[in-house]
Each structure stands twice: as structure tokens, then as C-alpha cells.
Design a protein. Sequence first.
Length: 137
Amino acid sequence: MNAWRQGAPANVEYVAERKLLLRSLIDNACSESADLTDNELVALLMSLQGFSHEEIARVLEKEKGGPLTPAGSFSTASVASRAVRSLVELLQSLWVVVIWLGVWAPVWLFPLLLVLYAWHRRNRRRVQRTIPTPPDR
């Protein structure tokens, strides 16, 4: 075993890092390689580098053990979960606002009541001036 092959995991990482460059080289040589998955391409490159069949089989097993659906696939349950989580966050935010308004009520409630009282008295006087009184019979 030469010194280059002693760090086998490092070789796998090296091959994986170089796969894009090597994929373009292989694509120029053979159009079928465009249909290879990343793990198949890594296995091909490992075979070109002289890795053992067991090491190559481990790389290909990772592909077989993977999920059948893509990682970014649609899931109704996850969408519903995110929607419920969003609703709960909205309700929590509204509750926080209510708590803050309640705590600060002594500061803003009294001036608001004074303004509303003054506005009500002013409008009541206007209404009394504009409505004519019916004549006495």
C-alpha cells in the first residue's frame, strides 16, 4: 500500500471534491456518464484510482440506503405543521401586545378617556345647537 492510499477517507473526500471537474471530463468522453448519480460517479472515479471493490461497494450502498423521495419533496403534513406553528406564533405575538397594553394602561388609558370625554361633550353641544326645538302647541 502506498502512502497516498493510507488515508482512505481523505481519498474519498478528495474524489468527491473533484467530481465536478472529473464529471465534465468524463462527459466529454462518454455521454452515458451524464445519467450517473453522484455516488455512482464517485464509485467510478474510485475504481479509476484503484480503490478496492469493498470500498466502492460502501459508496454505492450509501445510495441504496437513501430515501426514495427527494429531500425537498412536498409533504402535506409538514405544510400543515408550519401553518399551525405560524398561527400559534401570531396568537402569541397578539397576546404579547395585549399584555404590554395592559401593563402600560395607567399611562395611556387616563389621557385617552379624557380626550374621549372632551370629544363627546363637544359633539353633544353641537348636536343640541343644530337640532331645532319643536314649537310649543
